[in-house]
Design a protein around this ligand. Structure first.
Ligand code: KIV
Ligand code: ZN
Length: 510
């Protein structure tokens, strides 16, 4: 096989922890973000955008912790072209040493200049240059994004790009911020910049596409065909509104149709795709639709008799990729049960991408045995759910210690709840319209945090009548904040109560 050409390499910039996490209801706590960052490192992404440090102390801490502990990829922190943003980003990414990147952005389109920024073109260029120079005073690796680039006049976009590179930007990222562009037009934009920005060879050109018209992957592919060499994307395509370009689709698209994309390649270890997708889905509560390309449950399922017959004769009749290519070894999911020992459990968690040690291992093993007592087979998704619950508990303020519900067709549903916070135990009881309502009302009485449920979704994590039910709850609190919480249990009322408590803890943790 020919050695791939280094100039054909497409860098993968993963923004699951920044743009992905911006998507309503997908927020993650520090422990969850660290798990995802480690999984991204195993996937071998080139750059992890770990967060927007000025946005909140939690974001700052997460970027700093990832920069301190995650090895391999470059670690980027986002900043507006504003001094305090850049200072916070510099401080947060500093522990990554020479792998630290600051990503500054400023809108350039007429619509943003006129209505959002109220700045003339010259002022935009001045602010972009000042932002890049300030970032450059902290790190060598500076990325500049002209926000809403795809709706910016091409001549002005070229001018801003040239000025940002001259000021020290080593990566220029062209965002289709509102998912408005189409492949031909976006490809032309990239080609135009390649041909009209005199210093363009001094920077790597990235693209960052949103999926409002379902074109994020197509637009990104057309951009790399026309000279871009970095794609910004997220696992499962999560992100603002309709999401971002999906990492697994861009990577497998380039890989499966090398012939169509002129031999472009990425450094991604595709066998990590499937488990990373599952991890992100579990930790964010953003379910992957069954028919999602590459990682959906149906992506490698063949239902019709004709297809099944063809598959048995020759796989390539109906399969353009092997499930093993993305780490989906069908039929080999190891099922653990109550006789599985600590060592097998630890080993299995490690393979799933969760290296556990010490107290964390003990707690997770104990919870696994409790679950295995209730449930014959414990599947991978059950295990991830257990771990996620523990991650909440490490950072959560209130813990559910006891729940008793009495309900029935002739009974007023009543719940008794015991919570613990900082070693204090609190107990109360309340009635409700149903068992879940009674449990949530009691939690509200104890915590004194009033909230309104805007969504309550229940799904089965695995198969079988004894499967765990996963409840995802979205609640709006008094100041208008929306929080999403999730929890799982073989008892769906308990899962609902834990999920609601998870929302309250996230709200209080802000
Ligand atoms: O969509 C966008 O424009 C962004 C920028 C911050 C790159 O996310
Ligand atoms: Zn974006």
């Amino acid at each position: 096989m020919n050695e791939p050409n280094p100039s054909d390499r497409v860098l993968i910039f993963d923004t699951t922890l920044r743009d992905g996490e911006q998507c309503p209801g997908a927020s993650m706590n520090l422990g969850e973000k660290l798990q995802v960052a480690r999984a991204l490192a195993r996937l071998n992404v080139d750059i992890i955008e770990a967060g927007f440090p000025i946005a909140s102390p939690g974001d700052f801490e997460a970027v700093k912790e990832i920069a301190s502990t995650v090895e391999g990829p470059r670690i980027a922190g986002l900043a507006r072209c504003v001094d305090k943003d850049i200072e916070a980003a510099a401080q947060a990414v500093e522990p990554a040493g020479d792998r630290a990147r600051i990503h500054v952005f400023l809108a350039t389109s007429a619509i943003h200049r006129e209505f959002k920024l109220r700045k003339a073109k010259e002022e935009i260029i001045k602010a972009a240059v000042a932002g890049v120079q300030k970032a450059k005073s902290y790190v060598a690796d500076v990325q500049f994004s002209p926000e809403d680039a795809s709706r910016t006049e091409l001549e002005f976009l070229a001018e801003v790009t040239e000025a940002a590179i001259a000021a020290g930007a080593t990566t220029i990222n062209i965002p289709d911020t509102v998912g408005y562009t189409v492949p031909d037009e976006f490809g032309h934009c990239i080609r135009y910049l390649k041909e009209n920005v005199p210093n363009i060879d001094q920077a790597v050109l990235h693209v960052h596409c949103h999926n409002d018209l379902g074109l994020a992957v197509a637009n990104s592919l057309e951009a790399v065909r026309n000279g871009a060499r970095g794609v910004e994307c997220t696992i499962n395509g999560i992100g603002e509104r309709a999401g971002n370009c999906s990492l697994e689709e861009i990577v497998m698209g380039l890989r499966t149709r090398k012939d169509a994309w002129g031999g472009l390649w990425t450094g991604i270890d595709a066998r990590e795709i499937y488990r990373t997708s599952r991890m992100v889905s579990q930790l964010t509560g953003m379910h992957v639709q069954r028919n999602k390309a590459i990682v959906g449950a149906n992506a490698f399922a063949h239902e019709s008799g004709i297809h099944q017959d063809g598959m048995l004769k020759e796989r390539s009749t109906y399969e353009i990729m092997n499930p093993e290519d993305i780490g989906l070894d069908t039929g080999t999911e190891l099922v653990l049960g109550k006789h599985s020992g600590r060592h097998a459990f630890k080993d299995h968690m490690q393979k799933l991408g969760f290296p556990l040690e010490g107290d964390e291992l003990e707690q997770a093993y104990e919870d696994f045995i409790t679950l295995a007592d209730k449930k014959k087979h414990v599947y991978d998704d059950d295990l991830i759910a257990i771990l996620q619950q523990n991650m909440d508990e490490v950072t959560g303020a209130y813990l559910l210690k006891y729940l008793h519900v009495s309900t029935g067709s002739q009974t007023v549903p009543t719940a008794t709840v015991r919570l613990e916070k900082d070693g204090n135990v609190m107990e109360d009881a309340a009635c409700g319209d149903g068992p879940v309502d009674a449990a949530l009302k009691t939690i509200e009485r104890i915590t004194q945090v009033p909230g309104t449920l805007t969504d309550f979704a229940l799904r089965s994590i695995t198969t079988g009548k004894d499967a765990q039910g996963e409840v995802t709850v979205t609640a709006r609190f008094e100041d208008g904040t929306l929080e999403t919480g999730k929890a799982s249990s073989t008892d769906i009322v308990e899962a609902g109560a834990r999920a609601y408590l998870n929302c309250i803890n996230r709200y209080l943790g802000r």
